[in-house]
Design a binder for this molecule. Structure first.
Ligand code: TYD
Length: 217
């Protein structure tokens, strides 16, 4: 079930600079005459925006399995209505977070079974895996320092204690070690432009394997 498009996801803890790198990569790809769809989970669709509000800002507790199912519901709708159609057109999709976030946050963070969470995500997304996953790895203390400077309101996950974020970070690194061909692991404490150059260096050869779609201008 391969499609002509190129599917790139960005992963990492909160405050690791994913949005900055997504924006820099998008700008470069547009300059290369690629049609880019930049999106995110949770919240890449109208339905997902509603799920995002519930899962991140609901006032009461949400049980870990209910939380996992909410992320999976967002993912199922997002992939089938937005991401897959874009890949079928031959677009480049740059996505902030995907199934690895579920394995890291709900699996390792909430201590659910990681293999089950991965299966749930793959079921939701009908088996779609990214061509490339960029992991921006950052020490939790530095991530927290960055968030404290940037945020006035923390979401439910950001409010978790440092042990939770340490488990999430370790889980991401473990996932990357298991799938070295899919992952590019970068030290997110490096300057943004250095990281962007490293990312371009890996994406450029992938572009030739995924020629631009017919509607690329
Ligand atoms: P994100 O959009 O990166 O947060 P922000 O825009 O506030 O930086 O992600 C929202 C939160 O959702 C983040 O703390 C990680 C969490 N998350 C999961 O727990 N599981 C998932 O499957 C996904 C996609 C995100």
């Amino acid at each position: 079930m391969t499609s002509p498009g190129l599917f790139i996801t960005l992963e990492g803890g909160d405050g690791s600079g994913k949005s900055t790198q997504a924006a820099l990569l998008e700008a470069w790809l547009v300059g290369e005459h690629r049609t880019v769809v930049r999106t995110r989970e949770p919240g890449g669709t109208d339905f997902g925006t509603e799920v995002r509000e519930i899962v991140l800002h609901s006032r009461g507790d949400i049980s870990p399995r209910a939380e996992a199912l909410l992320y999976a519901a967002d993912r199922a709708h997002h992939i089938s209505t937005k991401v897959r159609p874009a890949l079928d057109r031959g677009d480049v999709v740059i996505q902030d977070r995907y199934l690895d976030s579920s394995v890291a946050y709900q699996g390792a963070g909430r201590v659910l079974d990681s293999a089950e969470i991965r299966r749930l995500s793959l079921w939701a997304a009908e088996g779609l895996l990214p061509d490339l996953t960029i992991l921006l790895d950052l020490d939790e203390t530095e991530a927290r320092r960055r968030l404290d400077g940037a945020r006035t309101r923390f979401d439910r996950l950001e409010n978790e204690k440092s042990e939770f974020h340490a488990r999430v970070r370790a889980a991401f690194l473990d996932l990357a070690a298991k799938e070295p061909d899919r992952f590019l692991v970068l030290d997110a404490s490096l300057p943004a432009e250095t990281l962007a150059a490293r990312i371009r260096g890996v994406v450029e050869p992938l572009l030739s394997r995924h020629p631009a779609g017919t509607d690329a201008s």
